[in-house]
Write a protein that binds this ligand. Structure first.
Ligand SMILES: Nc1ncnc2c1ncn2[C@@H]1O[C@H](COP(=O)(O)OP(=O)(O)OP(=O)(O)O)[C@@H](O)[C@H]1O
Ligand SMILES: [Mg+2]
Length: 285
């Protein structure tokens, strides 16, 4: 039944049979990942073009973070292929994986800052440890990035994460994600737990930073206001597959009952009442 409305991601992304379009920055083909008998990703097909901002939406526990972790190499797919900028990275290890990681910036779900390091060193972490930059030089860039996300470096650079509010921690996480000027940035739930105004500030910063760097962005969220603000394209994951993918302008006319239920947060609809999403939608109602 789901397949009636299924549109393979990338099918309408202009990369069809002509073969004249540029190599996508990220391509996942039939990616599967299970944990024991829990089949989380059941054949993910997804493409993100260079410079594009794709947002993956889907209920809690549907495998959104697992999807990102497979691209990053934190988890390895059981089946399928992942390509980054035309190179197969599925089972890449060692130096090649380390070099690949230089392309990525990441804002983790919950910011995930190092508690024992001051703010500036959190932001400078990739510069010092990945790019082997001197601490002095890395601090200069960190200060610039802290200011770029609307914080005063003078006031916060030497504080520790525990001394910051949640919104400030997210901003520091964002500064860390963009510090190395990555080609690809991942945002996992960038606005969760923030008040609507702070969430919107973060959305604007994401748009500014991504456009400023000319980066390709892949974000995950169940905050539809955020998705609408930061996405060029939207993909919805349900039961381990991408069941719809399209331009943000087409989201409200998707014609897909799963997408419609999700974007309107309705308790009633085709999404299983036993799914985590249905449960969380109900508890919020
Ligand atoms: N390392 C792991 N080992 C076993 N199970 C895992 C592991 N990582 C994730 N899972 C399971 O995979 C499923 C999907 O998890 P994931 O974190 O991707 O969800 P999500 O879509 O990001 O949810 P949320 O919106 O709540 O962040 C969950 O059932 C989770 O328990
Ligand atoms: Mg998650």
């Amino acid at each position: 039944m789901i397949n009636d409305n299924k549109v393979a991601a990338g099918e309408n992304a202009g990369t069809g049979s002509s073969g004249h379009t540029a190599t996508p920055m990220i391509r996942m083909s039939n990616v599967k990942k299970s944990f024991g008998d829990k089949h989380i990703l059941r054949g993910i097909d997804l493409e993100v073009k260079k410079g594009e901002s794709l947002v993956v939406i889907g209920g809690s526990g549907t495998g959104k973070s697992v999807l990102l972790k497979n691209i990053l190499g934190i988890l390895e797919p059981d089946e399928g292929t992942i390509e980054v900028d035309g190179h197969v990275t599925t089972h890449m290890r060692g130096r090649a994986r380390v070099e690949l990681m230089h392309k990525f910036g990441m804002l983790f779900q919950g910011a995930a800052l190092f508690d024992s390091l001051p703010v500036w060193e959190n932001v400078a972490f990739g510069l010092i440890h990945g790019e082997k930059m001197s601490k002095g030089q890395a601090r200069e860039i960190a200060v610039e990035k802290i200011n770029a996300v609307g914080l005063s470096a003078q006031r916060v650079a030497d504080l520790y994460p525990a001394e910051l509010s949640g919104g400030m921690q997210k901003r520091v996480g964002l500064a860390r994600a963009i510090a190395t000027s990555p080609e690809i940035i991942f945002f996992d739930e960038p606005t969760t737990g923030l008040d609507p105004i702070m969430a919107d500030v973060i959305n604007d910063l994401i748009v500014e930073s991504v456009k400023g760097l000319g980066a390709t962005a892949l974000s995950i969220t169940h905050d539809m206001a955020s998705a609408r603000k930061i996405a060029d394209k939207i993909a919805m994951i349900y039961e381990g597959e991408i069941i719809w993918c399209g331009d943000i302008k087409d989201l409200d006319n998707s014609g897909n009952p799963y997408v419609e239920q999700f974007i309107h947060g309705r308790a009633e609809g085709p999404i299983s009442k036993h799914s985590d999403f249905a449960k969380s939608a109900k508890s919020k109602a």
